[in-house]
Design a protein around this ligand. Structure first.
Ligand code: RIB
Length: 289
């Protein structure tokens, strides 16, 4: 089986700062590093490192060939990443403080210019039972989900960053919804319904250091987080999502998929960076917590 991921690709610029800047504040960073990121790219890399066949559907500008190549080196199928002539690659300015907390400013760039032809060509080779994964750093999520559902794919959605209109549009097509506590509250405010009341087969609410909650029908199950000291939480949720869907795609029951994803996300928060440092299956299997 395969995971088709309509997702963003960003250049992540990480600024190490003593604290997150407030309004009007000028602050000197202690360090700057650049790496591959974007919620979509992170999820594709996580799924590939978890052993899935991850097919990324997206776009970069001519300045983003390195990002596409890095995804390919991570095991992602990059045939449906278009190189656009006159649009820059998306980028993110990420401030990370000493406690590992962050703030992120995004420029969507090519992520908002993914061609309908690229999406159609990718889905034309999908088979029933494959997964379509989408987040909110691209456009046309609901339209793509509808096409994929008609083709018999399992539709998975990470409602991040939260966008009320995009989320409302895609809800009718979902088999799987993953979101954090803040996004869950935003969803409830926007729809008047809590995530467990939406009739979606599998809902996962990630709870940071408290772990994750899985809701399926009338059943709810909590999964505790691993005890780790975080240095950078950026991309941990993306790692969790990529891992849980890869494990499901391999036929693991959801409980086992979530346990594996919990370990992968725990390892991820002990590392600085995003896609470059997403752990592979061997790291996750041998990690001691
Ligand atoms: O979730 C982390 C990601 O959010 C970063 O890689 C950044 O690019 C933004 O998309």
């Amino acid at each position: 089986m395969a995971i088709y991921n309509l997702g963003s690709i960003n250049a992540d610029y990480f600024y190490r700062v003593p604290h997150l800047p407030g309004p009007g504040e000028t602050l000197a960073a202690q360090d700057l590093t650049r790496g591959l990121g974007g919620k979509g790219a992170n999820m594709s890399v996580a799924a590939a490192r978890a052993g899935a066949r991850a097919i990324h559907v997206g776009a970069v500008g001519k300045d983003g060939l390195w990002a596409r190549d890095q995804m390919m080196e991570s095991g992602v199928d990059t045939r449906y990443i278009a190189i656009l002539d006159d649009t820059p690659t998306g980028h993110a300015i990420i401030n990370v403080d000493d406690a590992g907390e962050n703030t992120i400013v995004l420029l969507p760039g090519a992520n908002h210019a993914i061609l309908s032809e690229t999406r159609a060509s990718a889905l034309a080779e999908a088979s029933p039972g494959d997964t379509l994964l989408v987040q909110n750093e691209t456009l046309n999520q609901a339209e793509t989900a509808k096409t994929a559902r008609d083709l018999g794919l399992y539709i998975a959605y990470a409602a991040a960053p939260f966008d009320a209109a995009a989320t409302a549009a895609i809800l009718p097509y979902l088999d799987f919804l993953i979101l954090n506590e803040i996004e869950a509250a935003q969803l409830t405010e926007a729809t008047g319904k809590s995530p467990d009341a939406l009739g979606i087969k599998d809902v996962i609410v990630t709870l940071g250091a408290q772990g994750a909650r899985w809701i399926s029908g009338t059943q709810t199950r909590d999964f505790p987080a691993m005890p780790v000291t975080p240095v950078d939480t950026t991309g941990a949720g993306d790692t969790f999502t990529g891992y849980v869907l890869a494990a499901r795609d391999h036929g693991l029951p959801m409980e086992q998929a979530i346990s594996l994803a919990t370990r992968a996300a725990a390892l991820m928060v002990t590392r600085h960076g995003t896609a470059d440092v997403i752990p592979d299956l061997k790291d996750v299997d041998t990690a001691r917590f």
